[in-house]
Each structure stands twice: as structure tokens, then as C-alpha cells.
Ligand binder design. Structure first.
Ligand SMILES: [Zn+2]
Length: 273
């Protein structure tokens, strides 16, 4: 009974007898669109014989149907041997279209469904150790129309494939549930404890900032920055002091003061403090 932990078992779709033994090991993933927007209604409609490992709702939930160790009849049957072979080696999913996309036959997919699909693909590649998530009919991410002359999935899904594969790769590497990627979550491996940020040393006084200028002699190989105070006296800043000043200004949401590039003669006009 292998089912992705991302699927909600309470939303399962009865598999009936629409599955068989797998004659290959799991090597990849095949995407279908559902040509509808209500996965459960479509999958359980009288007379409609459906079979897939997973169904992804327009709002994002993932419904399990055929356990992963079995082959689902999603992509092919006796009349479509290439599709049937792909079902033996791939995990398959039917992805809901948006209501509008289903009604108009334009087959758009919601953002939530795409993110769930990406997480599911990443989870499959992660668990079966299939390597980097990539496009491919054998050992990659395939779509129904790779194997059988069909409109499934529609153009919006096909256009979104590179993006979905990129997202899936994130989930393969990091694990996590749909949406974690956009939160930047990193559940696995556990995040290392962050070192405490170094305290910023006592800042250079900001008083008279309006009248303080910073200059650098263009020919000075050390790039020493001089702070000229409101009284027109100059003082060389140590490198660390300048870095601290910048860090402090940034932390206060202030702009980094500009440094004027001047000649040695110009700089010499300001007596040392
Ligand atoms: Zn299909």
C-alpha cells in the first residue's frame, strides 16, 4: 500500500478493479489533465471508468486512487501499447482543469493544482531516487500526448511543464508539502542552527550626518575613506569602521552615504581632526 504522504486518504477515489500488476519498476511520472474541474465527480461518475495513481483537485488537494505498486490504466490499454507500457513504469496523475478552462475547452490549470503536482512529482522522484527531475518519456516527466495522439494535457499544461519541473526539483531536494517552496521552507534536512549575528559595534555617531561627507583619494591604492565632519576636519576610517557604518545604516533603513572620489589636493584642503 504505497501512497504519497502528500495525498489525502480521506479524499480517495475508489480504484475498483482498474489496475493490474506492474511489469516494470517506477521510473518516472506521467501527467494528464482531467478535462474537467471536479475530480471526485468525474472519477466516480456512473459509467466512467477512470484509473490513475493520483487526482489533483483544482484547489490543490491530492486524492489517491491506485496504489503506487500497481499499474493504473491511465495512459493506455490494449489499443495503445506505448501508453500502456508507460503506465507500467510511471506514476500517473490526473490534474483538474480550472472551471473556466474545462467549460471553454482551453484547459487552464490553477496555480494551486500546479504547485500540488510539482510537489507530488518531487516526492515521487525523491522516494524512488530517480535523480534530478527532468522532462522525458522514459525515466522523466512525461505527458499523455507523448504516447498517444490526444489533446491531453492541454496546451497550458504543456507550456507550464518547464516551470512545473523546476518546482518539482525543489520538492525533490527539500521535501515538504505543496506550498512549502513558496514559503521558502526547508523541512529536510533540518535547518542548521543559525550562528548568532555578530553585534554591530557602537556606530559612528549619526549626528550631523547631513553635514558629514565621505571622500576618497582616487589615487590612493588602499582606498582609504575619509570622513569629513561638519567642522570640515577629516578623519580616516578603518576598513571595519566603514563596514560597520554601512551595516548600521542598512539596519536602520538608511542609505549608504556616497563616497566622493577626489584628488589628493582636494582632500588636503581638509585638515586632519
Ligand atoms: Zn490523459
Amino acid at each position: 500500500m504505497t501512497v504519497s504522504s502528500l495525498a489525502n486518504q480521506k479524499l480517495d477515489i475508489p480504484a475498483g478493479n482498474r489496475w493490474s500488476r506492474r511489469e516494470d519498476k517506477v521510473r518516472g511520472f506521467t501527467i494528464h489533465h482531467q478535462a474537467g474541474y471536479n475530480a471526485h465527480a468525474a472519477a466516480t461518475a456512473a459509467g466512467r471508468e477512470v484509473s490513475a495513481q493520483y487526482w489533483i483537485d483544482n484547489e490543490g488537494p491530492i486524492r489517491p486512487q491506485v496504489n503506487e505498486e500497481f499499474r493504473a490504466f491511465t495512459t493506455g490499454h490494449a489499443g495503445y501499447p506505448e501508453g500502456a507500457r508507460s503506465d507500467h513504469r510511471n506514476i500517473t496523475a490526473e490534474v483538474s482543469n480550472t472551471k473556466r478552462g474545462a467549460e471553454r475547452g482551453t484547459w487552464e490549470i490553477s496555480e494551486a493544482a500546479k504547485e500540488s503536482l510539482a510537489a507530488l512529482i518531487g516526492d515521487v522522484f525523491r522516494r524512488y531516487k530517480l535523480g534530478r527531475v527532468r522532462r522525458g518519456t522514459y525515466g522523466g516527466v512525461a505527458v499523455h500526448r507523448d504516447f498517444v495522439a490526444t489533446e491531453c494535457p492541454g496546451d497550458p499544461m504543456v507550456r507550464a511543464l518547464p516551470d512545473i519541473i523546476e518546482r518539482a526539483e525543489w520538492y525533490r531536494v527539500h521535501g515538504g508539502k505543496p506550498g512549502d517552496r513558496t514559503k521558502g521552507a526547508n523541512p529536510k534536512p533540518a535547518a542548521k542552527p543559525q550562528p548568532k549575528p555578530k553585534p554591530i559595534p557602537a556606530p559612528i555617531p549619526v549626528e550631523d550626518e547631513m553635514h558629514t561627507t565621505y571622500m576618497r583619494d582616487t589615487k590612493d591604492k588602499n582606498g582609504t575613506i575619509w570622513m569629513i565632519n561638519s567642522a570640515g576636519k577629516r578623519r580616516a576610517l578603518r576598513k571595519a569602521e566603514w563596514e560597520n557604518l554601512k551595516a548600521q545604516r542598512r539596519s536602520m533603513g538608511m542609505e549608504i552615504p556616497p563616497v566622493e572620489d577626489v584628488s589628493a589636493e582636494e582632500l588636503a584642503k581638509y585638515p586632519k581632526a
